[in-house]
Design a protein. Structure first.
Length: 186
């Protein structure tokens, strides 16, 4: 039995360990803009700060799926981008929006609906914010990561037509996908 919930501030070591596991996945090279070696060198204080910010839930969240024994099975992280803020992922946001990053579900939990539960929690957080009122939630996905593209489409995300060069190989692209604020949440 898995529980989907927000990360707690004292779980920074679990967040670090889970991220390092994700960065060892065979598809990590196109799924994340980070590497295992790079993440391994980050000081504990950076992991503590990021986990505390996500736990506070004001401008960032990290939704985690946790088994009864405390083992993490999946994570979705989202953060707020304000309209006109400094460039993020090659553009300046035109509207207040949330940005999903760091999506990872352990292989033995893929295809079970867990990703959908994690996305539902992240979207509920983003669209439930009173300030700023988020107009859309976006993410970027590598052009060759068709499995992830299919998952995101199932979650309601659609290609926007915007692309950014893939970090480290400008011949490849990251595709932007977004889901608008649902009608009736005004």
């Amino acid at each position: 039995m898995l529980t989907v919930r927000g990360v707690r501030a004292d779980e920074w070591a679990a967040a670090r360990a889970f991220r390092l596991d994700a960065l060892r996945d065979p598809i990590a090279a196109i799924a994340f803009l980070d590497t295992y070696d790079n993440a391994l060198t980050r000081p504990d204080e950076q992991w503590r700060d990021r986990t505390a910010r996500a736990a506070a839930g004001e401008t960032m969240t990290q939704c985690v799926a946790v088994d009864e024994d405390g083992t993490w099975a999946g994570v979705v992280t989202a953060f707020v981008e304000r309209a006109g803020d400094e460039e993020t992922f090659g553009d300046t946001p035109k509207v207040d929006q949330a940005h999903i990053v760091g999506v990872y579900v352990r292989p033995d939990h893929r295809g079970t609906g867990l990703a959908g539960e994690l996305f539902a929690a992240a979207l509920a957080w983003a669209f439930g914010l009173a300030e700023p009122r988020v107009e859309q939630v976006r993410l970027f996905v590598h052009e060759h990561n068709t499995r992830a593209q299919g998952l995101y489409a199932k979650m309601g995300f659609r290609l926007t037509g915007a692309t950014v060069p893939f970090e480290g190989d400008p011949e490849q692209s990251e595709l932007e996908m977004a889901v608008p604020r649902p009608a009736g949440l005004d």
